[in-house]
Design a binder for this molecule. Sequence first.
Ligand SMILES: [Zn+2]
Length: 324
Amino acid sequence: MMEMTKINTALGTITPEQMGPTLMHEHMVLALPGWEHDALREPVEFSDLAKICADTFSEVKKYGVKTVVDASPNDLWRNAELNKAVAEKTGLNLICSTGMYYETEGISAYLRFRSQWVDIIQELYETFVHEITIGIGSSGVRAGAIKVATSHACITPYEEKALKAAAKAQKETGVPIITHTQQGTMGPEQADLLIAEGADPKKIVIGHMCGNANLEYQVNTLNRGVYIAFDRWGVDLLFPDNLRYATLLGLLGLGYADRIVLSHDCNARILGRPLVMPDFVQTLIANWSYTHIFRNIIPRLKQAGVTDAQVNQMIVENPKRIFG
Ligand SMILES: [Zn+2]
């Protein structure tokens, strides 16, 4: 008999069948490295933060969502205790990640320093495997996904090392890799690198693919046998939803419903000093929330003739297969 697949969540393991409707790439908070050194950062108690995140996340339950992947890597204040508290408060399955963000907004001085002297591919791999098999710190939470990222139009030597470590950890543990691409670039290159290092293409989700409306780029990436994520709905600041929508319709027309997942890359709170965005920015993120695709995008897809089966494939079946 085949061993049943168990998926790590903040509150223990679940089976693929228990995942249900799933958001594949969200965050609890956005916390860029260094926020905690700002003396005038907005003070926030852990219990208040857990309540803010739980209240915001609870909205997704109205639309039947059962599972959310928190794609925060270690260097973006990935917080297993917070995931645990939010999972307890909401009853949602929260899948925690292990991994590293792209160089410009991620790399720690610690890793930059060590990389002069040691093989950080090996050290990152050991961290990823430890967090997947043993746990994250003393939280008792095991990571259920590996998050890695690349820069705009290039993969830096540091990012290449992180991707290689991720591929090695994927191969050993079986958990999926979820990526960040920057401004609609490097999708095929990420897939090639990960696969060359031994990662299973069926366990790779190339992220933020909806930042590029070029169907040739999309199909080039899909030709590697990986999944792609249209996971920034509502962030018109980075790329217009209209073009995301047109690109997704094109790909569904080509028969790719079984290779695409949907999400928002949203957060409940930005940590640090309060940041007041100018009005034009506010307008360009007005729809950005954990429920935008259910309220606005899926109804619009259906108007264009996309079937319930195709939507179900992207929201339920694909996540189940990726984690199964
Ligand atoms: Zn993200």
